[in-house]
Design a protein around this ligand. Sequence first.
Ligand code: HEC
Length: 403
Amino acid sequence: MSIYKNVSKLLILLLSFASVSVYAQEAWIVPDAENAIVNPIQNSEAAIVSGQKLYKSLCVACHGNLGAGDGVAAVGLNPKPTDFTTADFHKQTAGSVFWKLSKGRGVMAPYEGMLSEEDRWALVSYLKSLKVEIPKKKVATKKVNNTFLFTQLINTQTVQTLPNKISEFTIQHRFGVTQLNSDFINDFLGMDLGANLRLAYAKAINSRLYAEIGRTRYGKTYDLGAKYLVLQQTIDNKTPFSIAVYGNMGINTQKFPKVIDGSTFVDGSNFSYSFAHRLSFNSQIIFAKQFSESFSMQIAPVVIWHNLVAKDEKNLDFVIPFGARLELNQKSALLFEVTPKIIAKNKRMPLSIAYEIASSSAHAFQLILTSTDRILEQSIYSNETIDYSQGKFVLGFNIKRLF
Ligand code: HEC
């Protein structure tokens, strides 16, 4: 008898899993009696405010800041979290919204176990107030939010900024220069050789602007940067692409190399190091377009300035990185970068490809094959690129996390 009971429990469990995925595609039918229930707290101002608070802490991740169903966790969900700013959503009764959020379906949790009836009605009041609160512009033209997933592609910057209040943590690691000979295994893919590493933290100031700070091993370089999203592509393509501007300053904190006594500046005055000599700058304007949900490209003229360069070298470099991302499925993508150098002492083009594994739009791991062990753009473009025609290359990885 107890075996029979356990088997039937198991069957019910299996069936309920199966039914979740089947009926997720179907209309969500609310019992008539529930449909007819009116909101006992009548959308009072206080209820809307407390509903908003609950919404911000429990629902934003999926349903998005403004309720448009575009939260950071929404990518990869099927069905998508409901957009609360559509006429369809608002056609239904408060009773129906209450019942759905109480019972849940699929990844949408049944909140009756977690929130009191009063809290749930407060949420209904807030959701029902949404359409009025949302600026008209937002409803009229939807923006393309995910041209790329993160603020950087592999080494280059993307047009991506961070959702408001969100931070991004990055680890970029490059092994040493290697090639496919006996050293490859002996040095374990280049991992045993001198490696380069950058840690970075970026924080949104608002959804268009973020600031970041990073530290790279080479040159013991600190970098301070900021990006601003100037123009955002719209889904209807009336605005056909996105534009962002990015700038950063690198501060090399390594000991300066010795100079021969009696060295002079170009103007003949005696040479001595100053703090300004530690600085390098990278400013760029990034143009990007999402061609389909799975394919995006970008191009970004970059001007680099090093305050201190060797004799006969120029302070200014000018390069035009080109990048693309091809999504293979919901979890993985191929990334590609090539950088023609227009003004630079060495013209070999840096090349990088990467395989990205993203468990959501908030977390990714990228496996990289590249022609440079440098990480900061001003360091990549102003230094010699590894001679890949000789079969030399660098392996590495990036880890990205939004939180
Ligand atoms: C893990 C992601 C996730 C979170 C968190 C989440 N939802 Fe949902 N929600 C969904 C998805 C997905 C659907 C669509 C479900 C379906 O149609 O099967 C949905 C549907 C709904 C619906 C039904 C809308 C309709 O008209 O069909 C309501 C109401 C709702 N959510 C309210 C909320 C509220 C309120 C919160 C916070 C307390 C919340 N959700 C948190 C993912 C989420």
